[in-house]
Design a protein around this ligand. Structure first.
Ligand SMILES: Cc1cc2nc3c(=O)[nH]c(=O)nc-3n(C[C@H](O)[C@H](O)[C@H](O)COP(=O)(O)O)c2cc1C
Length: 208
């Protein structure tokens, strides 16, 4: 996708199905880890990117930039780097650490951190103040809810963050050194929907 292609507000008719309500999208969104083969159209990606940038940002900075990766070979290589990076991190962690808890998964040579999804969108933040991470994650949730409303599956892949922020991968993807990868989001046509993991009720610490 070129920059020119995303410089126009897209028509919602590019979405594969009739949109559902925001509340339905919030409750129906699941982290999908099983994808049917097939790519997403540029028009669909375009709609989702525009949904992402409708998120609120501190001082209206809009401090983000997006990478869209659909190249299977590149995704497979990035998955391998992600696994190596997490494995190295785990060596210095105590057993409760996140990387350490992922070691069984990433030690399986057949495991692909991207679950063979058709696309990965990475939301990068520019160094524009203390709320950049929050801004990027708000954009991430917008994108995931819009994808859910369009019948698509998504999954945040935190395991890929250290690899994406390595100088090697920034160079390979032409990402400016000063940007930080916050939210790698898988996208694709779900092959199946997982059941909703149970939620804790909201813990109230104050209601005056
Ligand atoms: C910051 C963040 C990082 C995550 N990283 C991964 C990941 O690396 N791999 C994965 O399969 N799921 C990952 N997830 C998905 C969570 O496991 C998932 O959101 C959680 O189990 C709840 O399931 P649900 O999204 O279907 O409600 C991540 C989610 C978040 C918010």
């Amino acid at each position: 996708m070129t920059v020119e292609k995303v410089n126009k507000i897209p028509a919602m008719s590019h979405l594969p199905n009739e949109p559902i309500s925001v509340m339905d999208a919030i409750y129906q969104r699941r982290s999908v880890r099983d994808y049917a083969p097939g790519q997403l159209s540029e028009a669909t990606l375009h709609v989702l990117l525009y949904a992402a940038v409708q998120a609120p940002t501190a001082m209206h900075e809009q401090p983000w930039a997006f990478a869209v990766i659909q190249d299977r070979n590149l995704l497979d290589r990035l998955s391998e780097t992600a696994k190596q990076t997490v494995w190295l991190q785990a060596q210095g962690e105590d057993p409760s650490g996140l990387a350490r808890r992922s070691v069984n998964l990433i030690s399986d040579p057949a495991f692909n951190v991207f679950y063979n999804a058709g696309a990965l969108i990475v939301i990068y933040g520019k160094p524009l103040g203390p709320f950049v991470a929050a801004d990027c994650w708000l954009a991430a949730e917008n994108l995931m809810l819009a994808a859910c409303a369009a019948g698509l599956g998504t999954c945040v892949i935190g395991l890929a963050v250290p690899a994406l922020n390595s100088p090697e991968w920034k160079r390979l993807l032409d990402i400016p050194a000063e940007m930080t990868a916050y939210a790698p989001i898988l996208l694709g046509h779900p092959a199946g929907m997982p059941p909703p993991p149970p939620r804790k009720p909201p813990e109230l610490v104050c209601w005056k």
